[in-house]
Design a protein around this ligand. Structure first.
Ligand code: SAH
Length: 386
């Protein structure tokens, strides 16, 4: 949308552009550093908070700039309380999802990189909406800042509750700290929400650089994982990046005939080319690739396919992450039976391929990719429209 007086979206500006903007406002360079710190370390949403900036600059920011880019539109919390999924509305009405998972002393945030997705995976809820648009760098980072603010606030409330009870935790605070052992920071980020991150490469990398910049958000690169459907040129580009961000590849099948029915992009980048790119990535970076494999009953979960997968990945520095399929409304695919999953794991491990089974986190809140948006869109449709 091209509004005549569209606000300046600060989070979209790379550090150099932010410096230029601050200079254009007639301010010395160190003001840009201070502003950067307010945005990404102190997580300010209101220029009035920026107490070390001159009043004139704060006024300018209030008039011309915008910080928060996300409006929460719906939220659901899983029944065990460990997973929170938020649907955000963007300035042009697009909806995206972000999921916070609090397990194993970690706060892992699953963020979106596009509104919708063009890849068309047949088992994925996001695919059903098609690609709406790329997220801007600011919209990617804003998902992290939103949950970081929320976690810090929870941490502060716990500390206050402890202080208020004479050093002993109140039952509520003890409960909260049980759920969130060190709750006050986002500790890991996975780019596994809506969209294909490597199809929005430049914006994704601008966001990732801010997130790992010690002067910015300051998260360790190794705490971040980007998941791709298997865009070969993007994987080659990823291998050249200096930051040690992890790469995950959504494989889901060990041969072209099957994979093409699940991830249509396989027709463009068939498995031999994909695995060759993965081998180049490992040779270049010496980092382990993780392969995601959503287990679908009677589709990709047979012992023969496990053998084929083991042969395909032989000698590659990798690990396989089996994901129980999250059933999507209107889709024929169902999650594999536990016995079939166990047999699949056993075969991979017998071939020396490290394998993990991802827990079905947040399954009761439609935490699978694109599912909350689908539900909200459905419930706001008029009954006669279907
Ligand atoms: N486009 C990227 C990242 C987004 S999806 C990619 O394809 O990797 C993150 C992961 O969730 C991918 O492995 C994707 O295949 C998987 N996924 C999508 N829908 C799913 C579902 N209904 N159940 C289980 N996994 C699903």
């Amino acid at each position: 949308m091209n509004q005549p007086n569209a606000p300046l979206r600060l989070l979209d500006l790379a550090p150099a552009a932010l410096r230029e903007q601050v200079a254009a406002w007639g301010q010395p360079a160190y003001r840009a550093d201070q502003l950067y710190q307010w945005l990404y370390q102190r997580l300010a949403v209101d220029p009035a908070e920026m107490s070390n900036l001159p009043a004139s600059l704060r006024q300018r920011l209030a008039e011309e700039a915008q910080i928060e880019l996300l409006t929460p539109a719906a939220e659901s919390v899983s029944s065990d309380g460990h997973t929170t999924k938020t649907l955000f509305r963007l300035h042009d009405g697009q909806l995206i999802e972000t999921v916070l998972m609090r397990y194993d002393r970690r706060n892992t945030l699953c963020i979106s990189s596009q509104a919708g997705c063009a890849m068309g995976c047949t088992f994925c809820a996001t695919a059903q909406m098609g690609l709406q648009r790329n997220l801007t760098p600011g919209e990617i980072v804003a998902q992290v800042l939103y949950f970081e603010r929320w976690l810090r606030q929870q941490g502060d409330e716990r500390t206050a509750a402890r202080a208020g009870s004479g050093g002993k935790e109140s039952p509520a605070a003890a409960h909260a700290s049980h759920l969130t052992p060190h709750a006050s920071r986002v500790s890991n980020i996975v780019v596994m929400g809506m969209g294909e991150p490597l199809a929005n490469y430049a914006n994704l990398w601008q966001a990732l650089r801010t997130l790992v910049d010690p002067a910015g958000f300051g998260l360790g690169a190794r705490k971040i994982t980007v998941s791709t459907v298997g865009l070969v040129p993007g994987i080659d580009r990823f291998a050249e990046e200096e930051l040690q961000i992890n790469l995950a590849v959504s494989l889901h099948a060990p041969n072209d005939a099957l994979r093409a029915t699940l991830t249509p992009i396989n027709r463009r980048y068939p498995i031999a080319e994909l695995i060759a790119a993965c081998r180049r990535y490992v040779a270049r970076t010496h980092r382990r690739i993780s392969f995601e494999y959503a287990m679908m009953a009677g589709i990709n979960d047979t012992p023969a396919l496990a053998e084929e997968l083991a042969a395909l990945l032989h000698g590659l520095l990798c690990h396989v992450n089996l994901i129980p399929l999250n059933p999507v409304v209107g889709s024929p695919f169902q999650p594999s039976r536990r016995a079939d999953v166990d047999a699949f794991v056993a075969i991979l491990e017998a071939h020396g391929i490290p394998t993990t089974l991802r827990l079905r986190r947040g399954i009761d809140i439609n935490a699978g990719c694109g599912q909350l948006r689908a539900r909200v869109a459905q419930s706001t449709r008029t009954p006669s429209a279907g």
